[in-house]
Write a protein that binds this ligand. Structure first.
Ligand code: 4AD
Ligand code: MG
Length: 444
């Protein structure tokens, strides 16, 4: 090895063309063809193929690499050479190799490059995340999370963290994880920070929260986790229209951040980026009533199987049909109050409807954002709490917010995993988070 070798990461190799660099990583794949070896190295930022002609390297290096087991950790030195055919744009002419830990022959890396069943992969999730597609998804997720916070940080919102242990429900009692809280008390894992950030919004004007939320979802769907990350803005002096404008600008910003940084990752993942390039505000707005009419007509033409009933929520095939009519997210507003949460403000023009919005992602990904204007009148909120059979005691503090300088206010919640699934084009949210928690999985 030459004296002044630079240590680099695979994602930075463009800056080192023609130089010798040392990469620290793992052996991802190895192909041999006569007197030539083609190892593929990975380091967490990407992969690069090495070229190792027997004649060009010390015999010991050649023999060590030839029998090296997959996922052995190593440091490899080589000259960076541009190659237009390579996924990273570069290849490495290997000059030196130091094995750090050789995976024993008796216990080969269990994730083979050929496809394994999803149960096997989830059982080995701690290793599955090393494979290029899963790593690419996690990198995109990190950018989505950063952009999700940055938009609010840059636009005058204060991040306020609601508690994770809570004394009562926010989104309905059936999905609560319950735990003992000392002596005689119970605590519940939060389903949403909303009620608390309504309080911080009335203190600070514009706020957001960003953290894990929990729902004891009994449903086994492609969209439901029991633990997921939600980002929630809440604004004092805001109406439903303000929320719609915020949501479309917010999602456009997040998609742009991913497109700017992750062209290579999206390619590895297999996402058609042209579907993301159209995601720019403004987004279409569709009332619940118009969505219902659209579904009735679609049913008449045989385009959706079951006839949507006025007043019912949309099923997954309904949401897919609606979202497929648009090339960007569609904002469905003013659902019937009866099917929505107790805290949603009724529409003054039709009090049977709530001033709420669900943002449905394109390509059948369904709801990614849910939000509303909140009830701001003390008496109305009190009667709605009672009507929903919720304990008034537990909500006294929340009612206080309507006693001391109440204002029209509202916000929404966006589920990070749903957004990652949509942006990456994944079939299931279990691949959007390092370790998914679902009805039937809490290992590893
Ligand atoms: O529509 P939801 O239930 O709304 C609320 O929790 C409001 N309190 C938010 C607010 O107004 N501040 O949930 C918001 C979003 C959904 O649109 C979805 O993206 C995500 O959270 N979500 C889930 N994601 C994964 N797994 C689950 N089980 C989810 N439940 C909701
Ligand atoms: Mg919802």
């Amino acid at each position: 090895m030459s004296e002044a070798v630079i240590t680099a990461r695979i994602s930075e190799l463009a800056a080192h063309e023609g130089q010798s660099v040392t990469l620290k990583g793992w052996l991802y794949n190895l192909r041999a063809s006569g007197k030539l070896l083609f190892p593929i190295f990975r380091d967490g930022t990407g992969t690069i193929q090495g070229i190792v002609p027997k004649a060009a390297v010390p015999e010991e290096l050649f023999e060590t690499l030839k029998t090296l087991t997959l996922e052995s950790s190593l440091e490899v030195t080589g000259k960076v050479r541009a190659d237009a055919r390579a996924p990273s744009g570069f290849e490495l002419d290997v000059e030196g190799l130091k094995v750090i830990q050789r995976v024993p022959d008796e216990t080969p890396f269990p994730i083979q490059l050929k496809e394994a069943g999803v149960d096997f992969l989830m059982e080995h999730r701690h290793l599955w995340i090393r494979t290029p597609r899963q790593s690419a998804i996690l990198r995109v997720r990190a950018t989505i999370m950063r952009a999700a916070a940055q938009y609010f940080d840059d636009n005058g919102f204060v991040r306020t963290d609601p508690p994770i242990l809570t004394p009562n429900a926010c989104e309905g009692t059936s999905e609560l994880f319950e735990m003992d809280y000392f002596d005689d008390d119970k605590a519940y894992l939060t389903q949403s920070g909303q009620l608390y950030i309504e309080a911080t919004a009335l203190a600070l004007g514009k706020v957001y929260s960003f953290g894990p939320t929990f729902r004891a979802e009994k449903s086994k769907t492609r969209r439901h986790l029991t633990e997921f990350w939600m980002v929630e803005p809440e604004l004092a002096f805001a109406t439903l229209d303000d929320l719609l404008v915020l949501a479309e600008n917010y999602l456009s910003f997040i998609v742009a951040a991913v497109l700017e940084k992750h062209q290579a990752d999206l390619k590895v993942i297999g996402k058609d980026v042209s579907k993301l390039e159209t995601i720019k505000a403004p987004f279409p707005r569709l009332s619940y009533d118009d969505a219902h009419k659209m579904l009735v007509e679609a049913h008449a033409k045989g385009l959706v199987e079951t006839l949507h009933k006025d007043g019912d929520d949309f099923g997954s095939p309904d949401e897919t049909y609606i979202s497929n009519q648009f090339d960007r997210p569609v904002m469905v507003h003013r659902y019937p109050s009866a099917m929505k949460a107790f805290y949603m403000q009724p529409d003054p023009e039709d009090p049977t409807k709530a001033l709420c919005v669900d943002v449905l992602a394109p390509e059948g990904y369904g709801e990614i954002i849910g939000g509303s204007q909140r009830v701001d009148d003390y008496d109305l909120l009190k009667s709605r709490i009672e009507h929903h059979g919720l304990p008034l005691d537990a909500f006294q503090w929340y009612l206080d917010l309507r006693k001391y300088g109440s204002v029209p206010h509202g916000g929404f919640g966006m589920g990070i995993e749903r957004v990652v699934a949509w942006i990456c084009g994944l079939d299931h949210v279990r691949e959007t988070i390092p370790f998914a928690r679902t009805l039937n999985r809490i290992y590893p």
